[in-house]
Write a protein that binds this ligand. Structure first.
Ligand code: SAM
Length: 308
């Protein structure tokens, strides 16, 4: 079997906004399989430095190997952790980034591997942790939460109107036997909501899976903390993990994770603390969508801090 591939989303657009220059310090906060990082690293060259971070240690290793294989790689530093903790970890190392990319969500290596438990189309353990050392899996969450909290989570993070029915079904089912696999969860959701309606494009389980993945990995909280740190850096120019003139770009895949980015970047631009590099989010063009349908929900926003 070939190695998992991930087509970097909005690659040219992100590079144009981040404008990596020779000798700069770049940070890829969610490096995945290193598609974006490879191109950034080639631009900053051997006099530059790239810090790569991911919650998933296997992706981090794969990305590092990819960058080290470049003909003239920059200095490479790897950090295993949440992007929300990256500002502190960069500060601890005395680093200030000239450009930062956060390409949120999950990589094809994760969703395509049934053993990681993200996929409702192939059976596997109900896991969904991006960081396999994190304490709580999706199965733990489904077993632990009271019905009302489960319904609230599915409604909020899955934007699922039928959350009440689904939570009731899961709570009734778990009383018989724990829900431990993606296949069983998907089947229970389908039973709760009934057959796919005419015109319904997505599997009925899609939203519930999204909700659990977001909750297990605290995806929205992480993005909020990350953009909060960008805001604080912009308010203390020259004394932070972002260098003067730093560019920060975020690619989000659903409105829940895009919302805090949109709000934080707009606030900074309004306060004159950063220039908005994207007045509206940049979306993939038709050519990219033909090549990579998984890019369809992507949206890219970017800002630049003042140079002095
Ligand atoms: C869409 S992929 C990145 C793909 C990458 N840009 C590339 O070109 O290969 C998202 C990656 O972000 C990681 N990730 C998601 N949320 C994270 C977080 N809060 N902190 C750190 N990494 C995270 C995932 O483990 C995954 O590897």
């Amino acid at each position: 079997m070939s190695a998992p591939r991930h087509d970097p989303v909005l690659l040219d657009e992100a590079l144009a906004l981040l404008a990596p220059g020779a000798g700069e310090t770049a940070v890829d906060a969610t490096v995945g399989l290193g598609g974006h990082a490879e191109r950034i690293a080639a631009r900053i060259g051997p006099t530059g430095r790239i810090v790569i971070n991911d919650l998933d240690p296997s992706n981090l290793r794969a990305a590092e190997a990819r960058l080290r294989a470049l003909p003239a790689p920059p200095t490479i530093e790897t950090i295993h952790g949440n992007l929300a903790d990256l500002p502190r970890r960069l500060t601890d190392r005395g680093l200030a980034a000239d450009l930062v990319l956060a390409d949120l969500g999950f990589a094809s290596s994760q969703v395509d591997d049934p053993a990681r438990g993200f996929s409702f189309s192939r059976d596997g353990p109900l896991d969904m942790r991006l960081d396999p050392s994190a304490p709580e899996t999706a199965a733990d969450l489904v077993a632990r939460l009271p019905e009302a909290e489960l319904a609230d989570l599915i409604r909020r993070f899955g934007e699922e109107r039928r959350a009440g029915r689904i939570a009731a079904k899961l709570v009734a089912a778990r009383a018989d036997a724990p829900i431990l696999t993606t296949g069983r969860l998907a089947e229970l959701v389908r039973q709760a909501v009934g057959p796919r309606r005419p015109g319904e494009r997505i599997d009925p389980a899609t939203r519930t899976f999204q909700a659990l993945r977001i909750a297990v990995n605290d995806e929205i909280g992480s993005v909020e903390r990350f953009v909060g740190a960008v805001g604080r850096a912009a308010r203390s120019p020259g004394r932070s993990w972002l260098a003067p003139g730093a560019r920060v770009a975020v690619i989000a895949f659903h409105s829940l994770e895009d919302r805090p980015v949109k709000r934080a970047f707009a606030d900074l631009a309004r306060a004159g603390l950063a220039d908005a590099l994207t007045r509206k989010p940049i979306r993939p063009g038709a050519g990219e969508l033909d090549r990579n349908p998984r890019a369809r929900s992507a949206r890219l926003r970017a800002i630049r801090l003042p140079s002095s």
